[in-house]
Design a protein. Structure first.
Length: 304
């Protein structure tokens, strides 16, 4: 999942309520698959290893679906594809969406209303609520649990966005970054700016305006990372590789190629482009020596 307008910081950590709205788009090239492999005991295993952090987060989801159940009552095996230790490509979001839908099927059954279920997925990660509903989605930051939910507002029929994704590793924890930005002197201004940008971004997507969307995503990226850098710890998440790719994107755009960079809470880079220019962007990045993945607009979480 690529966050186009990103949230940072939570005003309620238990309910994971963000300070402002956010917008994202699911991808087709990167995903999480989860499977219930034992209905007696186990917990969450990620790539074959018991994951305590995922267990703790998923417990809140399970409790919301069926208060009589515990995560340890069954085993879930989850895997990210492609595997790796890249940061800032949305695997926690896709994992939260997959695990929430899987637990819903096990504990509740029937067809799920994804917009309604997005409130539950938010308990795992706020961004998981957007991944769950898929396409281009918006998380509405309300005042409480009921008024904070995600809704899909567009898909590839509105904008056939192409993405070239460059995964890069990092040891920075997203949770640490969420706390860090609250200490930035620019955080209050960010809330107002991001909320306003959500309106502009949604309009650009519905109007199939790639240039406007690209510029807005770049502005949001720079603004987001400026918050982490101006917090008390001076946290710098971008790396030399991130900057090298950004320079290449600007170079491509100067030559007439549709290419715009976007980053989340990590060094990985998304490059938003068109069908016409996708191959040129992909080739330019791989010639720099990076592994890249081409992607289109992805759908919602689903049972396979």
């Amino acid at each position: 999942m690529q966050a186009l307008v990103k949230y940072h910081g939570l005003k309620d950590w238990q309910l994971r309520l963000p300070y402002h709205d956010s917008i994202s788009v699911n991808t087709t090239s990167m995903k999480t698959e989860a499977e219930i492999t034992d209905q007696r005991k186990g917990g969450v295993f990620v790539d074959g290893k018991l994951n305590e952090s995922a267990n703790a987060r998923l417990q809140q989801v399970v409790a919301a679906l069926d208060p009589s159940k515990q995560v340890g009552d069954f085993r879930i095996d989850s895997r990210n594809m492609p595997p790796g230790k890249a940061k800032g490509i949305g695997y926690s979001s896709s994992a939260g969406a997959a695990l929430t839908l899987l637990c819903y099927k096990l504990l509740v059954g029937g067809e799920a209303d994804l917009t309604s279920l997005s409130r539950t997925a938010r308990l795992f990660a706020a961004s998981a609520s957007r991944s769950l509903v898929g396409g281009f989605s918006r998380l509405y930051a309300g005042k409480d649990d009921d008024s904070t939910y995600a809704k899909k507002f567009a898909d590839s029929r509105n904008m056939d966005l192409r993405m070239v994704i460059v995964p890069l590793p990092s040891r920075v924890r997203t949770e640490d970054a969420h706390r860090e930005v609250l200490t930035s002197p620019f955080f209050k201004a960010r809330i107002e700016s991001a909320q306003r940008r959500c309106e502009e971004t949604e309009k650009a997507i519905l109007g199939n305006d790639l240039d406007a969307l690209g510029r807005l995503a770049e502005k949001d990226t720079l603004e987001l990372h400026s918050l982490t850098m101006t917090g008390d710890s001076g946290l710098i998440i971008m790396t030399e590789d991130s900057l090298k790719i950004i320079r290449k994107v600007r170079e491509l755009r100067d030559s007439g190629t549709k290419a715009y960079y976007s980053m989340q809470t990590g060094p990985s880079v998304f490059i938003n482009t068109s069908e016409k220019d996708e191959k040129q962007v992909f080739d330019a990045v791989t010639k720099l020596g990076y592994k890249a993945y081409s992607s289109r607009v992805g759908g919602e979480a689903r049972i396979l």
